[in-house]
Each structure stands twice: as structure tokens, then as C-alpha cells.
Design a protein around this ligand. Sequence first.
Ligand SMILES: [Zn+2]
Length: 128
Amino acid sequence: MNWLRNFMYGRYGVDQLGNFLFISYIILFVISLFVPYVGFLCYALIIYSLFRMFSKQIYKRQAENEWFLSKTTGIRKFFNRQKNKWKYRKTHKYLKCPHCHQYLRVPKGKGNITITCPTCHQQFDKRT
Ligand SMILES: [Zn+2]
């Protein structure tokens, strides 16, 4: 494993964009089994993600990743919320504030409670 460590020294490695490219590659690979010419896109994706992984221009790769993260904030928040909803499904309930549409997490099974939104400070009643 030493040669690998030496080889990867000073190289960029994997980040969120790298993971995204790799997952896209797998999905496209499956599609390419049924749809002609999608395979070319597969090659392009895997070459680009390998290029990023072994790149020594770390600042450029970081800038690409920042760009990717800034473009996918909403989607990543959505998936994170689904993950948390599932994780806390037995103890908490997720509600949307009726005034400012902020997502709120409230304890489950407390009956009728009055909730004060931490963002807009409006109060509303809800049964949990
Ligand atoms: Zn609110």
C-alpha cells in the first residue's frame, strides 16, 4: 500500500463532486447496456473523474467542487431532510411553518402543542 500512498501524495483524491460523478457513471453504465451511444458518455465521465482524482492542481479541483456544491444546495438539503426524517421518525415529526415555510422538527406524541417558529417567531398549534 506504500506505493499507492506515494502515488496519491499531492494529488486531489475524492470529493463530493467525485462521488457524484462516480454514481452518475454507474447509473449511465446500466443505461448504456440498453441504449446505444450512452457508453461514450460513460467513458467521458469516468475519464473526467479519474482526471480529477489524480490531478495535482488542487485549487482548481476545489473550485470545481465549490461550484458543484453551490449549484446543488437545494437538492442536498432535500435529501438530508429525508434522511433525518427517517432517522428520527420514532421520536420527532417534521412540519413546515405555515407563515415562512421553514422546516421544523417537533417531538412526537405530545398531543396538542403550540409551536413557536425560531425563524419568524409566529406561533401555531399542531397535534403531534
Ligand atoms: Zn416561521
